[in-house]
Design a protein around this ligand. Structure first.
Ligand SMILES: [Zn+2]
Length: 220
């Protein structure tokens, strides 16, 4: 029996399957912009713990501490080093919707207050989600930015067709698992170092720079 588990094309597929391109599945809207969605289920949202600090250029990412793993960002948040307390893990929420235009399930990553509003909107129309589509709209500015789900009272063009295309679509736990991708520990240490955190003082090893870094971006 061979000791390898996959070969060639299959290996490539296996590797790629685990990688979800977040930039493609994330719903990104400008102020007052909206997108037509189908609400696929009343429980299609998850809560997770996230670290983020805009000022440190540490963008929203899941805390790996919840799995029992060592989380350098948690360490930094508790370090007492000035300014890094903002990295304290906070609850965030990911909603999944059927994006009618692309025909794909897409996600929206929001804060607690934004989640409350979306949940309230979904519950208001709970009995109708199998019949009506919604405009998911970004409203408000700055810290009062939020999202609202407004029912589309009259479907036009191919709205109904796009809506029906999600008839059997389901958002699984695996789906949410695949979009919540933690950064690797060495990458977290690297961004902490770049943001001015004294990583060495807290026993964190900076990753050894790869040789021939300029030569390529990967094996594919
Ligand atoms: Zn953490």
């Amino acid at each position: 029996m061979a000791l390898f588990t996959a070969r060639g094309q299959q290996v490539k597929e296996n590797i790629n399957r685990q990688k979800v391109d977040l930039s493609k599945v994330q719903i990104r809207l400008k102020q007052n912009e909206s997108v037509k969605v189908r609400v696929l289920g009343l429980n299609d949202y998850v809560e997770y713990l996230a670290h983020s600090s805009f000022q440190h250029k540490i963008y929203t990412q899941p805390c790996v501490g919840v799995t029992g793993a060592n989380c350098p960002l948690c360490t930094a948040s508790k370090s007492g080093v000035e300014g890094f307390d903002v990295l304290v893990p906070r609850k965030r929420y990911i909603f999944a919707f059927g994006d009618m235009e692309s025909g794909e399930i897409k996600i929206l990553d929001v804060s607690k207050n934004q989640a409350k509003k979306l949940i309230a909107d979904m519950e208001e129309y709970a009995d109708d989600i199998n019949d009506i589509a919604f405009n998911l709209k970004k409203v408000g500015e700055g810290t009062s930015t939020g999202y609202s789900l407004n029912p589309i009272l009259k479907m036009k063009g191919n709205d109904q067709e796009q809506f029906d295309a999600f008839e059997n679509a389901e958002v699984t736990d695996e789906y949410f698992g695949s979009v919540l991708v933690p950064r690797k520990e060495e990458l977290q240490v690297k961004i902490l170092h770049e943001s001015g955190f004294p990583v060495e003082d807290f026993g964190m090893d900076l990753p050894v720079e790869e040789e021939n870094k300029e030569e390529g971006t990967g094996i594919f």
